[in-house]
Structure formats: C-alpha cells, structure tokens
Design a protein around this ligand. Structure first.
Ligand SMILES: *Cc1c(COP(=O)(O)O)cnc(C)c1O
Length: 351
C-alpha cells in the first residue's frame, strides 16, 4: 500500500465501493427501475428518464485529455466544492486529524473540515507582503495530525498567486505525511501556468480545477481533482454514484468542443483586459484606498469606508462581496469583473 492510501482514514481504506447497476449502453435497460418514456420537456440527448453513467468514464477521459493527464489521475466532481469535501472525509478522522488553511482564503476548506470534525489550523497570509504565504510558519504547524494542507493560487479573495517554487518545496517535504492540495480555480486568468507539469514528480500534490469560472459553467457544477491514481481511486470509493447529472455531462462535452474552447479563451482574454482597465479606473474613484493586484477574475478593493461603497453599488443595482468581517480585510470588497457595460456601471456608482 502506498503512503497516499496509508494516511487515509482506516474506514475508507477498507471500504468496498457501492455496486451500482451494470452500465451497458447498447442494451435495453430493464434493470434499474426507470420509466421507458421521457418526461414532457426533456431536451437532453440521452434522456433524463435514464440514470446517467454511475462513474462517467467518457467524461473523465475527455477531461483528462483536456488537462493532459491519465484518466486514472482525474476525478470529475460536482464542482471542486465536492472534491474538497471528499478529500476531508477520506483523509481526516473526526476528533483526531487536522487540515491547514491560509486565510483570508476560500471558505469551503474550513467548512468541509468542521463538518467532518477535523481541526482547522490557520496560518494567515501576510498582508504586509502582498498576502504571500508564510511557508516557514506553515511548516512549523505540520504536526502528525495534519493530513491536508490547502493552498489556493491564485487565491480567493486576495487575487494573488502563491510562490510556485515554495509550493513545490513544501509538497516535497510533506511526502509520506500529508497531501498538499492546490486549488487552481482561477489559474486560467493568471500569468503563470498550472502546476500540472509538477504532478508526476510529486505524488502528494493534489490539484483542483473547475469549469465554473473560466469556462462559464458554474450552474452545471463540474470540477476536476487531479492527483496520483492512488488518491483518485480512494476518493472514487467515497463519491456518490451518479454524482454528475446527465445534463451536466452533456453540457461539459459541449464546453470541451474546439469552438467552445476558443470562445472561452477569448472571454478569458476579455476579462483580463477589463480587469486591468477597471483596476486603473477604480484608483480614481472616490474613497478607494487600494486595489490589490489580481491574477483572477475579480479585484480586491479597499475603501476608506467599505460600508459607504457597498451602499452606493447596491443602490446602482450591483452586488459585490462584502468582506468587512474577514480578518485583515476590514475595509475590503471583492468585485467580480463583468461585461464592459456592467463594469462601467460599477465605476459610475463609485464616482
Ligand atoms: C469558486 C471557487 C471554487 C468552487 O468551484 P466549484 O467548482 O464551482 O465548486 C473552488 N475554489 C475556489 C478558490 C473558488 O473561488
């Protein structure tokens, strides 16, 4: 057994996966208690009267091709949110194990850990160093309880990338003890590529990708966990059969067609262009104290009075993210980059 399996929860190591109905699409399905007719407004290709493929192999193969990895190294999940939950449930014993997070960061890591009863150790990003990760302090907190370290790069909500050589050095040091999970939800908007190329040499590295942001499929709920096949095999036992709906599977296949990918790339370019324009324009707006550099599709903006800015944007019919309760971000607001027209409306509301 590899260490990637050995450090998992013993109940999960020994778990036998649920045996779902046989998947033989060429035959007539009288084995799963479905109705033989479609419902009235069913516009799907395959028919929603049928269960989807329990573990979608063709979709997994298509996503693996897309990311340039082996299908055995990829788990398709209901958004990366589900992948985060699967990791914590599979690796952390309630009341015994822990995860490390680096706030301010994406909230789901801590929520998933607390639901599972795992301890959450916080190693804050260093605001005075542009929200850089404090790798030395992080190392000091890597005691034997720690099974997962969550890093987010580019980070939500601060927008910065974490230092790539330091991430890789940490992954090497954690070998044999803990998984290093790097959430790359926004990597398509960044100036540096994904850590995908480093995976082969670092079996304890886990990457989270999603179609929700750069591929405009947040409503479809599809993410990809990319890791050593031992990690993927373990999580595959825990994920629900039929996790991805037929509608999601069909939407993802369409999104991976060349014309759709070309459009996605053009949209990412447009967002990056608008991001630079809005960042500059915001600096001229009333009460804006600071716009943090961003490698994602949002800006972290600090105001003299965040409350006043939130009032103005709301009055203009715009929702932005209030971060006033987040430590280190007391006067900050996170603003997603929209269309040029939406961005102009935002800038007008603050002028
Ligand atoms: C939006 C976001 C996700 C969620 O992705 P889904 O695939 O939609 O679940 C994951 N991580 C970060 C950092 C995000 O901001």
């Amino acid at each position: 057994m590899s260490w990637l399996t050995a450090i998992a929860r013993p109940e999960i190591r020994s778990l036998k996966a649920y045996e779902h109905a046989v998947w033989e699409p060429g035959l007539i399905r009288l084995h799963a208690n479905e109705l033989p007719w479609r419902s009235r407004h069913d516009a799907s290709e395959a028919g929603l009267n049928h269960y989807p493929e329990p573990h979608p192999h063709q979709l997994t193969a298509a996503l693996a091709r897309f990311y340039g990895v082996e299908p055995a190294a990829l788990l398709a999940s209901r958004g990366s949110d589900e992948a985060i939950d699967l990791l914590v449930r599979s690796y952390c014993r309630a009341g015994a194990d822990a995860v490390i997070i680096c706030p301010p960061t994406f909230g789901m890591y801590a929520v998933a850990a607390r639901v599972q009863g795992a301890a959450v150790i916080e190693v804050p990003l260093r605001r005075e160093r542009n929200f850089a990760c404090d790798f030395d302090t992080l190392r000091q907190h890597c005691d034997p309880r720690v099974k997962l370290v969550f890093l987010c790069s580019p980070n939500n909500p601060t927008g910065n990338r974490l230092e790539m050589p330091a991430i890789l050095a940490l992954a090497r040091e954690l070998q044999g003890r803990a998984l290093l999970v790097v959430d790359e939800a926004y990597v398509e908007f960044a100036s540096q590529p994904s850590l995908l190329a480093a995976l082969a040499a670092l079996p304890g590295l886990v990457l989270l990708r999603t179609l929700s942001k750069a591929y405009a499929l947040a409503g479809a709920r599809c993410g990809a966990l990319i890791a050593h096949p031992d990690v993927v095999a373990l999580l595959r036992k825990v994920i629900q059969p039929y996790a991805l709906t037929q509608l999601t599977i069909e939407a993802v296949f369409r999104a991976l067609e060349p014309a759709a990918l070309a459009q996605a790339q053009a949209q990412v370019d447009a967002i990056r262009h608008e991001r630079a324009r809005v960042a500059t324009a915001l600096l001229a707006c009333h009460g804006v104290r600071r716009v943090w550099p961003s490698e994602a599709n949002f800006l972290l903006v600090e105001f003299d009075q965040a409350g006043a800015a939130l009032g103005r944007t709301h009055a203009a019919g715009l929702l932005v993210r209030d971060l006033r309760l987040v430590p280190q971000l007391q006067q900050a607001v996170r603003i997603s980059i929209g269309t040029a027209e939406q961005n102009n409306r935002l800038l007008a509301s603050l002028t």
